[in-house]
Design a protein around this ligand. Structure first.
Ligand SMILES: *Cc1c(COP(=O)(O)O)cnc(C)c1O
Length: 371
């Protein structure tokens, strides 16, 4: 039904596609959920019990949560400072998933015709989706077909000669999703020379898998922000926690534009608990990296799909065919894999396969062989 009071650009928006498998299908283990890059393992039972204990004994349901996230910020600061001494709570803003922080960054910089954002496709789709919900123009540039390096010439031109409002935000994922490549020296050098009126967002959602980080840039550059999340390596996708690391003047702006009680008490407790037990939670990372390399090698010895090198917990692959952009073929393979029980993501002209448990990865390989 057409609703006359809606903004015309909202009517025409395409929504983010969550899991195409229903929760029932996934719960019944008819589908291996390898489409959203989560960790294949739930929180260990003792940690779940601690969380349940907190719900029963320390969280007052009738009280608002800590709107300043003081305890959680202190824990995050200690964790981030391991790689970047000098990072403290004042450099942090915490969000209901890093998705919320992406939206806060857009609100703080571009809303009201003040700016546009730049993204290099294929990349994480939420930047453009959230920008469009706020009426913010999205300028896209391409990537090299082989290395997926950003077309820096086109990016510089988009900045020098804007067709609309000036570029105020540049979003980069490090390593990129869906393609798995980390930012190169040349890309980092280009980002670092951008003028002070452009904010560089480096999304390090996969940091714990890749160990690539630019977080110490934050201490030298007020126009640099690093985003991280608890949804991947820390196994807390269900709880929704992300954080931004930035100059205190920028985190202050992010705090202004967010909702006052954006993070439920249980979510804050869960994230602090995960950090306190990080050694145990992150100890499965070598297994995931080894499984990724095993699956990647196995894929390159069959002839259907060409995998790209990845430093994250997923593999991007395209058909090993003369012309690679075979959209219909890819959609067909995606559906064949789903019918066999392996749910992956069809994105950016290829297939993105999350690394699951060893049993799931064995099934992935077997199902691909049967396509
Ligand atoms: C998974 C992911 C996120 C995480 O989003 P949350 O809202 O924290 O769950 C952010 N950025 C990228 C690139 C991702 O892949």
């Amino acid at each position: 039904m057409a609703l006359a009071f809606l903004r015309s650009d909202v009517v025409n928006l395409a929504a983010y596609q969550p899991h195409p498998g229903t929760p029932d299908e996934v719960a019944a283990v008819t589908l291996d959920p390898l489409d959203t890059n989560e960790c294949p393992y739930d929180l260990p039972t003792p940690l779940k019990e601690k969380l349940a204990w907190a719900v029963q004994h320390t969280i007052a349901a009738n009280r608002y949560p800590d709107g300043g996230h003081a305890d959680l910020k202190a824990s995050i600061a200690a964790y981030v400072a391991e790689a970047a001494p000098g990072i403290a709570a004042q450099h942090l803003s915490v969000g209901n998933g890093s998705d919320e922080l992406i939206r806060s960054l857009l609100i703080a910089t571009c809303v009201g015709g003040e700016g546009a954002v730049l993204v290099a496709n294929p990349t994480f789709s939420m930047y453009a989706i959230l920008a469009r919900t706020l009426g913010i123009p999205v300028v896209t540039v391409g990537r090299d077909e082989e290395s997926f390096a950003v077309d820096l010439e086109a990016a510089q031109q988009a900045i020098d000669q804007p067709a609309g409002p000036p570029i105020r935000l540049v979003f980069m994922v490090h390593p990129n999703s869906p393609t798995g490549n980390a930012l190169t020296k040349a890309e980092l050098a280009w980002l670092r020379q951008l003028p002070q009126d452009i904010l560089v967002v480096v999304d390090e959602a996969y940091f714990e898998f890749s160990q690539h980080t630019t977080v110490s840039d934050v201490l030298q550059r007020p126009n640099w922000v690093v985003l991280r999340t608890f949804s991947k390596a820390f196994r807390l996708a269900a709880f929704r926690v992300g954080y931004a690391v930035a100059h205190p003047a920028l985190t202050e702006a992010l705090e202004k534009v967010r909702l006052p009680y954006n993070l439920p008490s249980i979510t804050q407790t869960a994230a602090a608990l995960a950090l306190a037990h990080r050694q145990e939670l992150l100890s499965i990372i070598p297994e995931i990296q080894a499984q990724r390399d095993w699956l990647s090698t196995a894929l390159s010895t069959q002839t259907l799909l060409q995998p790209w090198p990845s430093t994250a917990n997923f593999i991007y692959a395209r058909p090993s065919l003369p012309q690679r952009s075979m959209g219909e073929e890819l959609a067909d393979w995606f559906h064949q894999l789903k019918a066999q029980g392996t749910l992956i993501r069809h994105a950016g002209g290829g297939l993105r396969i999350t690394i699951g448990s060893p049993a799931e990865n064995q099934r992935t390989l077997r199902h691909i062989a049967q396509v």
